[in-house]
Design a protein around this ligand. Structure first.
Ligand code: C2E
Ligand code: MG
Ligand code: MG
Ligand code: MG
Length: 280
């Protein structure tokens, strides 16, 4: 029926489209002020070694609380920031904050920071990473950068070159949300990722007995192992999911079952013997 209306269809959808564009514009404006008005903070979610249960790292996750709109999830503001060319300054702030935080943790605990494709290929990205490490005093080997398959979408070799430079600095790389984008196994042979992160959707599927999810986790674990990479199962929420991903051979696990994204203070409290604390 809608089709017969011809132009009417467009008119009917216009107000919605307009409202969406307006919301985006407002978000963008608000986002421009967010950093200077200190509305952003970083939470840290533990990453646990599957066999030992030891905390081997934390993933830094950006949070934004607008004074009127309240908390706005990264799923909403990151895409807006990417489009408005604000992801580089926001990402730089997250990176510097996370590096400064991680120096308080034991030497064998890493911090993982998410990096958007737009940020990775920004001309000063490598210099920013070098500066964040120098300023914080964090050993490069304790920094892990998480990228998604989207960094390989562009035709030019820019992203690959940057990834190689980062590896040259001694930084660890992980491939986030693996299997949810336009996966190509070629990426895995071109870049030495330390870890492949298996998206929560496969973890949920496999624990519900979805054969395809199970097959994908199995294949990714086998592939990672043969390439000398580790795997992290994302979004493990209960012991059924934990038992399953452990049985499938995932080396690391992350999810609400072990800890929600937490404040820096709560993350620090997981290590009672931090030297700074003893001195203070
Ligand atoms: P991601 O990098 O895949 O991060 C994992 C997401 O899963 C986080 O959502 C985390 O809170 C959530 N999560 C962890 N464990 C569980 C679980 O057991 N169950 C469920 N349902 N969810 C779980 P969050 O913090 O909302 O972040 C969403 C996405 O936003 C991230 O996905 C990442 O792509 C992006 N993001 C967050 N912070 C940054 C940042 O600083 N820079 C960039 N570029 N992207 C960021
Ligand atoms: Mg991530
Ligand atoms: Mg992920
Ligand atoms: Mg994910």
């Amino acid at each position: 029926r809608a089709k017969d209306d011809g132009g009417g269809v467009h008119r009917a959808y216009e107000p919605q489209l307009h409202a969406k564009a307006e919301e985006r514009r407002l978000l963008e404006l608000a986002l421009r002020e967010a950093l200077e008005k200190e509305q952003m903070h970083v939470l840290y979610q533990p990453v646990v070694e599957a066999d030992s249960g030891r905390v081997v790292g934390f993933e830094a996750l950006a949070r934004w609380t607008h004074p009127e709109m309240g908390p706005i999830s990264p799923a909403k503001f990151v895409p807006v920031a990417e489009e408005a060319r604000l992801i580089a300054p926001i990402g730089e702030w997250v990176l510097r904050t996370a590096c400064a935080q991680a120096v308080h943790w034991p030497d064998d605990v890493r911090v993982a920071v998410n990096v958007s494709a737009e940020q990775l290929t920004h001309p000063s990205f490598v210099a920013t990473v070098v500066s964040a490490l120098a300023q914080s005093g964090l050993d490069a080997r304790r920094l892990e950068l998480e990228v998604t398959e989207s960094v390989f979408m562009s035709e030019d070799a820019g992203a690959l070159r940057v990834l190689d430079q980062l590896l040259g600095l001694g930084i660890q790389l992980s491939l986030d949300d693996f299997g949810t984008g336009y996966s190509s196994l070629g990426y895995l042979s071109r870049t030495r990722f330390t870890t492949i992160k298996i998206d929560r959707s496969f973890v949920v599927g496999a624990s519900k007995g979805v054969a395809e999810s199970l097959a994908i986790i199995r294949a990714v674990v086998t592939l990672a192992e043969s390439l000398g990479m580790a795997t992290t199962a994302e979004g493990v929420e209960n012991d059924t999911e934990l038992a399953m991903v452990r049985a499938l051979g995932c080396k690391k696990v992350q999810g609400y079952y072990f800890g929600r994204p937490m404040s820096a203070q709560d993350a620090d409290a997981l290590f009672p013997m931090v030297p700074e604390r003893l001195i203070a």
